[in-house]
Design a protein around this ligand. Structure first.
Ligand SMILES: [Zn+2]
Ligand SMILES: [Zn+2]
Length: 114
């Protein structure tokens, strides 16, 4: 019966509530908390729509809907965003005792290797 394969119910994003609040259970990329609706299609024409009961997580990469309760926390922001000056980021030059950023390989003040 070919007819049965043409119609179907799809889930569709209505509105993004919060973007990047979780992680996709499929591909691990950031996912959004969305309001969704179910759409009944017949011959690829939407016949009926009704809203989902509660917000769900949605991954735009793999088009996957899943409950927020099983979503892992979002991946940490990139290093640049979280980087704060801290003690571990500062070295002291052995020769001139001045504070040097840990990224330097040579002391900018006296030129000795760190
Ligand atoms: Zn995904
Ligand atoms: Zn130095």
């Amino acid at each position: 019966m070919f007819f049965f394969f043409i119609g179907g119910v799809n889930q569709q994003v209505r509105q993004v509530l919060k973007s990047g609040v979780g992680r996709c259970i499929g591909c691990g990329s950031r996912s959004d908390l969305v309001e969704y609706e179910k759409v009944l299609n017949l011959f690829f024409i939407p016949i009926k729509r009704w809203p989902g009961k509660e917000p769900v997580m949605y991954c735009d990469d793999c088009k996957l809907f899943f409950p927020q309760s099983i979503s892992p926390p979002p991946p940490p922001p990139s290093v640049e965003e979280t980087r704060l000056p801290s003690v571990t980021d500062v070295l002291k030059c052995h020769y001139c005792s001045r504070e040097v950023d840990a990224d330097f390989r040579f002391c900018p003040f006296c030129g000795s290797a760190l």
